[in-house]
Write a protein of this length. Sequence first.
Length: 450
Amino acid sequence: MTTADGDAPDEAGPAPAAQATQAAQIDGTWERDVRWWDVAFYVIVVLSALALLTADVRGTALVVSLAAVGVILVGYVGWGRRAARTRNQVAAHVYLVVAIACTLVVVGQDALGTLLLFAVFTQIWMLSEHLWTQVVLCVVLAAGTALALAFDPSTGRVGAADLASTAPQMGVALAFALSLGLWTAHTMRQAERHARLVDELRATQAELARSHHEAGVLAERERVAQEIHDTLAQGFTSVVMLAQAASADLDRSAPDAARERLALVESTARDNLAEARALVAAAAPAPLQVGTLGQALRRLADRFTDETGTHVDLVVADVLGLSSAEEVVLLRSAQEALANVRRHAAARAVVVSLGPGIPAGDGPPGSGDGPDGATVVLEVVDDGRGLGPGVVEGFGLRGMRERVAASGGEVAVHGTPGGGTRVHVELPVPGPSPAPAASPATTPAPRSTS
């Protein structure tokens, strides 16, 4: 649209058609607005023609006036109307030149022709894209109208007295047209800028929504992968190992032992089915749906002992203020730690302990990071082969660290004196915890490398 400061549109900016569309977004579509311009133009032309027909204009003057009005109408339908929609400047300026010339012809026949000035002045600012062109066309129209009003058809000359009378009037009309046109151009320029800002904001919002959607999809995919790793994959591993052990029992003619293994296979498969259903329903883990965190850890420890033959000591102290999300984190961490003991440690005994952490100020740096120093600590310690040189953390341990970090906690994995591995998980809790319960003095720990 027209620039308020007279500068040509920026070459890197939107095309004229795009500019019109952007400006129109402030109060409706450009096409709808142009239809109202059409209606206003047709009304003014019809009123001008009726005024000429009902006035004292007769004979050749009437014919010439009506013919000029007809040419304006045809020119608008042929060029002006199209230019208003396409912003084609060639068609716009051809029409404006025709409209100005025909308006001056009508005014020269009768002063009633000045009614057309309402339409033509407005169309100059509406159709032309360049400020100086608009100003020049307005000056030409005003000056030509003053001369046409002072023109005496009988003598074929411009009367000086008439010109002195009409010039000030047209000067006022020109000043009004320029003032209104510049104000309109400035308003349209601001509308353009606002429309561009709205477009940019919408594009940014769309991009942000897309990024958030992609991030959400990725996070959900990672969550599901971690849940499958911590539950179904470990359960299927147990099923495979138990089935192999049952086959070995059958090969050595020990049907009772094989029957016990198969019962464990059935139990593990049922637990896996419950975990799968909970995962599909996005519900809490199945062990936490039927009891407390301590009871879920007890069932986990008993099943681990039944499947591997490795003795598990469980030490659980009451911890207040744990949310369901924090219980899930602790349960999954215990599952992952025991899975690593099964795969890598070759341990004879494991100790799993859960209880309040050391209050802030009573322990080493990094202890008691929760509000009021309240933390909960889960430790899984085995007496296995320990952490060998060059051990690289796998998917399971990385997932445990990410899960714990998301809850504001920390994971530490290190060897213990005399062999073995210790996994230390510490989470902040929102409320004060009771005094720490005594945990076993000497315990080896799990090898977490999955």
